[in-house]
Design a protein around this ligand. Sequence first.
Ligand code: NAP
Length: 231
Amino acid sequence: MKHCIITGANRGVGLALVDQYLRQGDWHVHACCRQPEKADSLRLRVTEHLGRITLHPLEVTDQTSVDKLAASLKDQPIDLLINNAGIKGSKHQSRSDMDYEAWMQTFAVNAMAPLRVSEALLPNLKAVKGAKIATISSQMGAICHKGTGQYAYRSSKAAVNKVMSILAQELEADGLVCLLLHPGWVKTDMGGSHAEITPEESAKGIMQTIEAATVSDNGSFFKWNGEPHGW
Ligand SMILES: NC(=O)c1ccc[n+]([C@@H]2O[C@H](COP(=O)([O-])OP(=O)(O)OC[C@H]3O[C@@H](n4cnc5c(N)ncnc54)[C@H](OP(=O)(O)O)[C@@H]3O)[C@@H](O)[C@H]2O)c1
């Protein structure tokens, strides 16, 4: 059985990713969320897929929480970590109306936590040859993608692209594969009901793209449909 860890797994793209991996017979899913006791959707999956999914409490910005996750997974080889948890940030993130405190929180979740979680789980990932770290970024973090406003969100995703590109180089010698993925514009609480694709479509494409990636793709930025994404 292969093991994957998904952060922000209780709704949206994260929950859809949980379903995709459960649908494959050979994965055990470690689904992380802030309050497993209130995560009804995930708890339902636990009863429907007995022994195939484990729920873990995880606040990605809290080092103690991240360390507890790593301790609970001690000696468990991990094939795949998906850093999915993310926030849009404050409504006040325009040039003339900026909530700077909230901008820092957006950075903590979107840009810093993926490294925090990846670093804590590195021993588990290094135990599997060719293990992968996939981080859900956004086209809004690409410098080549034009768009104004939403300074906090855009800059936090641009930052995580750089963070993961550094990590990819540092882990190359270990044979790990770090990927960045734009999930599409997805109908979730974050993407809204007018978005272009469903969480299922996004998650299916993300899973196939991760599956197809090899060491030669280390450090690459993809769209959910497997196409390369510009930086
Ligand atoms: N939807 C889109 O169109 C779109 C487009 C581009 C990129 N993305 C990216 O795709 C990823 C998933 O987005 P989504 O649309 O599924 O968003 P979503 O529906 O708002 O879900 C976000 C998930 O992240 C979790 N989360 C937020 N802050 C967290 C924290 N501090 N610690 C732990 N978990 C935390 C949430 O948990 P709670 O339920 O506890 O809040 C929730 O499970 C994000 O990284 C997002 O930036 C989405």
